[in-house]
Ligand binder design. Structure first.
Ligand code: BES
Ligand code: ZN
Length: 459
């Protein structure tokens, strides 16, 4: 039955509601990696994943690290056949702002065809689809068409430092494989699959502007003492040009690899309706670097964004105060061949140059990720594109994305194998935002896509 997955598909149809319940159990664990208060939940979540993989019939283990544990599993009963390494992450972003959720973020709720919860699509739903694909084949046939390995981490959303060390130390022994398959991204549009050949990198910075040694009365001292919140606003406003959208950090664009002509041409032909894009987001128009389209800005040009801004009085009504400090979290998304460390340094130097007098500024790099471009014209990619065609009836678009998955560059570099980014989510899944969702149809079709991928890879 190597080319035909009907047997497994029938099982999936019979059992799919149970799969959904299992996914809900996964989503009930608040594995927020950035928040130390959730440490125990993170550990509980790793144990959950290990349990699912071993229940599926794989040899599974939890690997301790200096941070959150990795879950590893393998099945190697198909000698002579290729080995696929599946990667995913069981950690999630914080659910804030809590009051904007229709239901509590860790009480998964079905709304029509959508399963709403933090992590529904990023990445528990997608990673679980990979697990269920393997589990359903093993349950149906007692064997797999290829060898598989899983490596699922618990700190992707905070930079993935430990998995990076692990992959480097392993050097492709335990992790030796013929391809890495990752489902931690989105389809291009409903019904339109894609295969990613590029992800952005990241330099995530925290700024603290410090002034007087105490909060001050803004009447008594205002105008005579530099206000750190004013100073922070000045610094931020000088980091880019609001007219041209160009980032004004000296040297920032030095290593940027320009978009290729074919990319601009092909992306220009993709079905993107700017008006609808804006309407869906409730904005009047887009904004970004002059001379580039929305897709080019998102996928191929570096960007800068304030992620959070704080300091001074945040409560109800007015309080007249000159705060003693103010802070901001600022991220820069990077493209090949920018280097996160170098960009972090250029950022810190620029802030020092542009900061107003009368305050000091502390700049900290929180985490980073390397940008990556992937060679997808490899035979094993045919299994992925074929699988997507089988399920969606359409060939995948070959595109890049603006998000980052830090370990992707490491996999490509250390393992030296193709990394196939087969996203099962949708662009409107509200990743990192309140009411994150995963379409239940995408969950089931995602499982089937991975089943087809494995059957095709083993044929
Ligand atoms: N799943 C996302 C990355 C993603 C989103 C890729 C959409 C392609 C399309 C991932 O979990 C994520 O959000 N990563 C972080 C990484 C960062 C904290 C180092 C990101 O991009 O913000
Ligand atoms: Zn993710």
């Amino acid at each position: 039955m190597a080319n035909d997955s009907q047997d497994v598909f029938e099982r999936i149809e019979r059992e799919k509601e149970d799969y959904l319940e299992e996914l809900k159990d996964f989503l009930r664990i608040p594995s927020v990696s950035t928040d130390p208060e959730h440490n125990d939940d993170v550990l509980r979540c790793a144990a959950f994943v290990e349990e699912k993989l071993s229940a599926a019939g794989l040899e599974a283990e939890t690997i301790a690290t200096n941070g959150n544990p990795l879950v590893y599993a393998e099945w190697s009963g198909a000698p002579g056949k290729p080995t696929i390494l599946f990667y995913g992450h069981y950690d999630v972003q914080p659910p804030d702002p809590l009051d904007e959720w229709r239901n509590p973020p860790f009480e998964p709720t079905v709304e029509g065809d959508q399963l709403v919860a933090r992590g529904a699509t990023d990445d528990k739903g997608q990673s679980f689809a990979q697990i269920k694909a393997v589990a359903s084949i093993l349950a149906e046939r007692g064997s797999l068409p290829v060898n598989v390995k899983f490596l699922i981490e618990g700190e992707e959303e905070v930079g993935g430092e430990e998995i990076d060390k692990f992959v480097h130390a392993d050097g492709g022994t335990k992790l030796s494989c013929d391809a890495v398959v990752i489902s931690d991204s989105s389809m291009f549009a409903p019904g339109q699959p894609c295969l990613l050949y590029g992800l952005k990198g990241l330099a995530y910075m925290e700024l603290k502007v410090v002034g007087p040694n105490q909060d001050l009365h803004s009447g008594t001292f205002g105008g005579a003492v530099a206000n750190p919140a004013n100073a922070l606003a000045t610094i931020i406003s000088r980091l880019w040009n609001a007219e041209t959208g160009r980032i004004e950090i000296e040297g920032f664009y030095d290593d940027v690899r320009p978009l290729e002509g074919w990319e601009r041409e092909q992306w220009g032909q993709l079905p993107h309706d700017e008006q609808e894009y804006c309407r869906n987001l409730g904005i009047e128009e887009g904004f970004g670097e002059q001379g580039y389209t929305t897709l080019e800005r998102c996928w191929g040009r570096p960007t800068i964004d304030v992620n959070g801004l704080y300091g001074g009085y945040q409560g109800q009504g007015a309080k007249t105060v000159l705060p003693s400090w103010a802070g901001a979290k600022v991220s820069m998304r990077l493209v090949p061949d920018q280097d996160p460390e170098k960009i972090a340094r250029l950022f810190a130097e620029q802030v020092e140059r542009i900061k107003p007098r009368g305050v000091t500024v502390e700049v900290k790099e929180i985490h980073g990720a390397q940008p990556v471009l992937i060679e997808t014209r490899v035979p094993i990619a045919d299994a992925a594109t074929g699988a997507q065609e089988d399920i969606w009836g359409k060939s995948p678009f070959l595109i890049r994305e603006g998000g980052s998955i830090p370990v992707v560059a490491t996999f490509a570099q250390v393992l030296g194998v193709p990394v196939l980014l087969v996203g099962l989510g949708l662009p409107d899944d509200r990743l990192h935002s309140p009411n994150e969702k995963f379409n239940i149809g995408n969950f089931y079709n995602g499982i089937k896509t991975i089943v087809r991928l494995l059957d095709r890879a083993g044929a």
